[in-house]
Design a protein around this ligand. Structure first.
Ligand code: TRP
Length: 331
């Protein structure tokens, strides 16, 4: 069983895009690997959330991952800040992380451009914290999307550098477990691109949306005035609607509306009604679990503690070795 580590940003409510992206893959991985999945709340402090927002978002993400099928008895599921050993390893790794290489990271440069009013040291050293997250458990695989490739490269650099500097093989060099190609991209409802939280109200369907909300959002999805000729290529907003339907509806339903489109008889209103009902069938079990879990703080506390205990045990072991190697020894 390979050791796998991945961080989850505490973004609050999850949408269908998150589910068909990372979550479903995590759930598959937990059966065949020794997985450590954590909620990256230290990382999220770079954006200065209020204490209530921070706590609420961490809770929501925990609840929704559990509702989606992440199993705390299969994977080690924990909250990053419960394992303060990570912060200590981060401090130690920062001593060998250079300003130049950190400044050259594209995600840092992007942040400098986008949030020039808050370019803090946490943003600069984000890759060292990520490295600490992963190598503290001596992980071999890190399942991440394309946007994290550079952070992963930095992580490998820091692990190699430590090994070289102290003439040790303590840290295995982690590899990206890239499920990039397998990811089903879920389009948003605004006619373009992908489903996302920051893409504007109504673009995303959240796992905890009530049926009425889903109906409203789908009915407002962007369409056009209809096909002008038989078998024409679908413009992007229409293609997106069909792609969403392929994910939640049966094949016959999709081909029924496809035929209607190709013969210029389609009524988008009918298609949207069907799509909304199929999304609701899909999300209702999630919604129910989310509601039950949200009300069960005792269970959540138990899950978080169980994960923290397991993660700390693994982290403590590595950190003791690191301290010894560095020269922090008892007299
Ligand atoms: N930076 C990752 C993201 O934005 C989250 C993350 C934090 C992470 N630490 C990690 C991912 C360690 C993989 C491994 O999605």
């Amino acid at each position: 069983m390979d050791r796998v580590v991945s961080g989850i940003r505490p973004t609050g409510n999850l949408h269908l895009g998150n589910y068909f992206g990372a979550i479903r893959n995590f759930i598959k991985m937990q059966d065949e690997n020794d997985c450590f999945f954590f909620i990256a709340d230290y990382h999220s402090l770079t954006t200065h959330p209020t204490p209530d927002d921070l706590h609420g978002n961490v809770k929501q993400v925990l609840v929704e991952y559990l509702a989606s099928g992440l199993d705390p008895d299969k994977a080690t599921l924990y909250i990053q800040s419960d394992v303060s050993e990570v912060a200590e390893l981060y401090l130690l790794l920062n001593m060998n992380a250079y300003l130049g290489e950190l400044e050259r990271c594209t995600s840092f440069k992007e942040k400098v451009r986008k949030q020039s009013e808050n370019v803090n040291a946490g943003l600069l050293t984000y890759p060292t914290l990520m490295a600490a997250d992963v190598i503290i458990h001596k992980a071999l695989k890190v399942p991440v999307g394309k946007d994290q490739e550079q952070n992963l490269e930095m992580m490998r650099t820091f692990a190699r550098r430590f090994n070289r500097m102290y003439k040790t093989e303590l840290f295995p060099i982690p590899k990206a477990f890239n499920f990039g190609e397998e990811l089903i991209k879920i389009p948003g409802l605004d006619g373009s691109g992908k489903m996302g939280k920051s893409e504007g109200e109504g673009n995303a369907i959240f796992l905890n949306d009530e049926p009425e909300v889903i109906r409203k959002k789908v009915m407002r999805a962007v369409t056009d005035s209809g096909p002008q000729s038989m078998n024409q290529v679908k413009p992007e907003p229409i293609e997106n609607l069909f792609n969403l339907m392929k994910v939640v509806s049966g094949e016959e339903t999709v081909s029924f509306f496809d035929d209607q489109y190709n013969t210029c008889q389609i009524r988008y209103g009918d298609m949207k009604k069907q799509l909304a009902e199929d999304i609701i069938l899909f999300t209702t079990p999630f919604l129910e679990k989310i509601k039950a879990l949200s009300a069960d703080n005792e269970y959540l506390r138990k899950v978080a503690k169980q994960g923290a205990d397991k993660a700390r045990e693994s982290a403590r072991k590595t950190l003791n070795e690191v301290r010894e190697i560095i020269g922090f020894k008892t007299f």
